[in-house]
Design a protein around this ligand. Sequence first.
Ligand SMILES: Cc1cc2nc3c(=O)[nH]c(=O)nc-3n(C[C@H](O)[C@H](O)[C@H](O)COP(=O)(O)OP(=O)(O)OC[C@H]3O[C@@H](n4cnc5c(N)ncnc54)[C@H](O)[C@@H]3O)c2cc1C
Length: 405
Amino acid sequence: MQISPIPALDDETNQIRLLTADIVANHVIPNEHFLARRKDPEAHKHWGRLMNLVKERGLWAPHLPQEYGGMGIGFLKLAYMNEILAWSPYSNPIFGILAPNSGNQKILVKYGTEEQKKKWLEPLIAGTMQSCFAMTEPNAAGSDPRSIQTTAVRKGDDWVINGHKWYSSNARRADIAIVMCRTEDVSDADVNGRMTQIIVPTDTPGYNYIRDIPVWGHENGHHGEIIFDDCRVPLANALGRAGSGHQAAQDRLGAGRVYHCMNCIGQMWRAFDMMVKRSIEREVHGGPLETKQFIQGFIADSYMDIQASRLMTIRCAELMEQGRDARTDISAIKVFVPNAMHRVVDRAIQVHGALGVSAETPLEGMYRGARTLRLADGPDEVHRILIAKNVLKTYHNGESWDFGL
Ligand SMILES: Cc1cc2nc3c(=O)[nH]c(=O)nc-3n(C[C@H](O)[C@H](O)[C@H](O)COP(=O)(O)OP(=O)(O)OC[C@H]3O[C@@H](n4cnc5c(N)ncnc54)[C@H](O)[C@@H]3O)c2cc1C
């Protein structure tokens, strides 16, 4: 896979894209089968060699500011980088990005006190600590985070947390959980203003790790179920001001949705590349697949899905970079792009025949990932409702929707 500089982009962004593409296309993708053997000591050494190469080229931890050992490149450049990283499922950890630690690192950079940064951010960056983010609940908050039932009540110098969470990714390995709690005593009339994110070390009494929920396509995801039973942590463990939990979650998820979508686009790009190459190489019924109109239709439809996804997502990222209200566009890409990826990967699988559903190609993993992403980070229906709500509100205010903005 290869790329050229994009004329509309500045030199630095193009340089980052080209350097990233060189490592992913020439060093990561050709070694995928080897990198998959994580327990093999030789493969382990190779992971280390590739991480060193990334560091030598100045591409390590692009999501972090320079003062924390990252690239400090900002939102838009990172979005462009994400698209290329997604060509291979192995790139992100090789470039120092490991969800959900990377999201938690960013939220600690923005909201953490100096003491919290020393205690938790530095070890998270050094890789000596792991973390998870616990918002979703089995009996309440999922697609409606305003219904969170987990409570944190002030008692003396502590928060006392009671509640039930699940789907907290990476929970089994986590040393700390960032837990979204309802803090009723914060005097804000709006329910959003009553949520607080609290950092809970996972060895705190009352923090009960129950089990991993097996999720397809996420064999190493460790999506955990956790029960908080009178779990006490100091008041100083609140992340940001008490009551700012909803805003902090929006900060995390808004940018995260653009990254997820750029990631989907990178995966579609790889699936498309594989589909076209396979259609040229594979001969059936008297000729290569590329000569069959059904297959040409797959190629054309996938081209349109990728271009539409890319233009929508880049426009949304530009709005965010300019500090403009991108909420409607964030919801639009969150629905459109994972669905487009689902279609593109499905066609690529079809062109590969039985090989497409084997573990010999990355396509089956992409397919499961695309389906899952239609639920995670807000299901399709919730984002559709938000788009319609924002549009209708504009019209009720006597204006019309300006697509040119
Ligand atoms: C792989 C994966 C990783 C995850 N990681 C994390 C994590 O690290 N931390 C965390 O806190 N959570 C995590 N989640 C949870 C995820 O954020 C929730 O699953 C998601 O928000 C949806 O919530 P729910 O599953 O409770 O669905 P529900 O809220 O039960 O909704 C079920 C369905 O109802 C429909 N629906 C909902 N509202 C409406 C409406 N208003 N109108 C019409 N239809 C509607 C939608 O089709 C929706 O899919 C993860 C999920 C997955 C799959």
